[in-house]
Design a protein around this ligand. Sequence first.
Ligand SMILES: C[S@@+](CC[C@H](N)C(=O)[O-])C[C@H]1O[C@@H](n2cnc3c(N)ncnc32)[C@H](O)[C@@H]1O
Length: 212
Amino acid sequence: MIITEDTQRPYDVDYDFSDITIKAETWMPAIQYMFKKTLDVPGHVIEVGCYKGGVALRLAKILKEEEISKRVYALDTFEGFVFDDPSGGPMKVGAYSDIEGGEYDIIQLSGKLGLDVEPWAGDCRETLKSATLRNKKYSFAWIDVDFNCLITEAFFDIEKNMHKDGIIGIDDIGRPECPGAELALHNILKEGKWEIALFDKLSLQVFLRRKR
Ligand SMILES: C[S@@+](CC[C@H](N)C(=O)[O-])C[C@H]1O[C@@H](n2cnc3c(N)ncnc32)[C@H](O)[C@@H]1O
């Protein structure tokens, strides 16, 4: 396990795509570092809780630059949280609902930039069980849905289709506003099948791989 320096996490990030800037909330260095380790692993990429698509588009851009043919599935309700955090965190219905064009902006931008991003609108606990996504194989997943019930269910849905050398990352571990993230990590680790490959204390991101 690698634990990086404990310093202040930046929360507002601007991602520039040609003439467009996307506001995002996810700090990329650790994601990029771990994502690049899975470039040779067969399977697609999936982000659960993509908000305006900043991370999904960034990952798709890396794939394009590396000339790797994988699709990035980008899941979100595109209307923010539809219930309050059951773990008692401050996140309430409607948080992250400021996504003007929703999935259509992502479709338009990925088309314009020649990136392969496919947004899926809806509750991830349903979209992940759709016949299409259930039948995909994945090499990398990024889960950023804050609540214990959402993270845990998404993780165990994706796990079934994750390549043995794939990596699943989870955001907000130890972030006071997202108490559910740490609970979800606990649920996952207690199954005994996954281990921490990297915990980045700067970004509060954890990356899991199957136990060898
Ligand atoms: C912390 S934000 C994601 C931030 C994003 N990864 C970024 O870097 O900009 C959490 C996202 O989870 C989405 N969300 C909330 N409940 C959801 C659900 N049941 N299914 C799918 N997405 C959901 C919200 O709409 C919001 O966009």
